[in-house]
Design a protein around this ligand. Structure first.
Ligand SMILES: [Zn+2]
Length: 325
């Protein structure tokens, strides 16, 4: 499931889908190049764009997973949250706006949700279907967090929001235990975002530390009958507990460094602000002094302009119209 929403997808649709004629409820279906898309007739102007994005998503996922013959997939674009939920026939958290049903080789997506990238969302959902297709009954060996890690990592879904939520979880000690997200993700949006983000970074870290073939090797292991832990160990040469400890240390260092860099930026900004104030103060004092000197030259001490007998400061006579700096 893809859970992210933003304005980018809305912008894409507003460009690609001018308000067309036709009933919003009139069904429309078209098949091309291994995909069947179902949507409402007034969206028909987007047909070419949708097939193009689907093909790009399929190419990206197939290349990463090594899927040689991707199965045909039906994608339904729903006009409302109600239609979306009715079409999948499942209860899903409110923030979920795209779902893959691997057994039916079917994807459902809410039209009007602002995804950061439609291509990435479709790639994420296609990844679920291709994974189940290529692993067959062995797909059950893959825990949910690992499946979502693969879908998120392979589709390239990563937003600034993921980064912020993960940083807070790491620095606040709020990372979830992988054992707690083996079969279900949290229903709360923020906790679910942590679950998606930490899962994706775990797989990215394993590839970064142990080579780009880790995912392929892991899938080969599962397909060959290994359990999740054994397949991961065969792919990385490290057991899950050691790998998890290394990953946590990597995250801690990564976000501490970032926090330190942010603090240094703040210090530099504060220093520059203070320096600016000091410079402004110096200019002001110098100007006052220069004006006083000009006054002294223009109006030498005379009656009424010298020190007052009453203790008041000397009176200014006239007004200065000379240069200002
Ligand atoms: Zn997913």
């Amino acid at each position: 499931m893809a859970a992210s929403r933003s304005v980018a997808f809305a912008l894409l649709l507003s460009v690609a889908l001018p308000a067309g004629a036709g009933s919003a409820t009139e069904p429309f279906e078209m098949s091309r190049d291994g995909f069947t898309i179902q949507y409402h007739a007034r969206r028909r102007s987007a047909t070419g764009e949708i097939f193009r994005v689907l093909s790009e998503a399929r190419a990206a996922v197939s290349a990463r997973l090594g899927t040689e013959a991707p199965p045909p997939v039906t994608v339904r674009f729903c006009e409302s949250a109600q239609e979306f939920h009715e079409s999948i026939g499942l209860r899903v958290p409110w923030y979920v706006a795209a779902v893959a049903l691997p057994e039916e080789r079917r994807i459902a997506v809410e039209w009007d949700v602002a995804f950061p990238s439609l291509r990435q969302v479709l790639a994420h959902e296609l990844c679920h279907i291709y994974l189940h297709e290529s692993l067959g009954p062995h797909a059950r060996a893959v825990p949910l967090w690992m499946e979502e890690a693969i879908a998120k990592h392979v589709s390239g879904e990563w937003t600034e929001s993921d980064e912020v939520v993960l940083q807070e979880a790491v620095l606040g000690g709020k990372l979830l235990g992988f054992g707690s997200i083996e079969r279900d993700f949290p229903s709360q949006h923020r906790a679910a975002t942590v679950a998606y983000a930490q899962s994706a970074t775990f797989l990215a870290f394993a590839e970064q530390r142990h080579g780009p073939l880790v995912l392929r090797a892991y899938l080969d292991g599962v397909r060959g009958g290994l359990g999740h832990r054994e397949a991961l160990e065969a792919a990385t040469g490290r057991d899950l507990d050691s790998l998890e400890a290394e990953w946590k240390e990597y995250l801690r260092l990564r976000f501490r460094r970032r926090m330190l860099a942010d603090r240094v930026d703040e210090l530099i900004f504060s220093f520059m602000a203070v320096l600016l104030l000091v410079c402004a103060g110096v200019v002001w004092v110098r100007r006052r002094r220069w004006l006083a000197e000009q006054d002294a030259e223009e109006f030498p001490e005379e009656l009424g302009n010298g020190p007052s007998m009453t203790g008041y400061p000397p009176r200014r006579r006239g007004r200065y119209f000379g240069p200002r700096f």
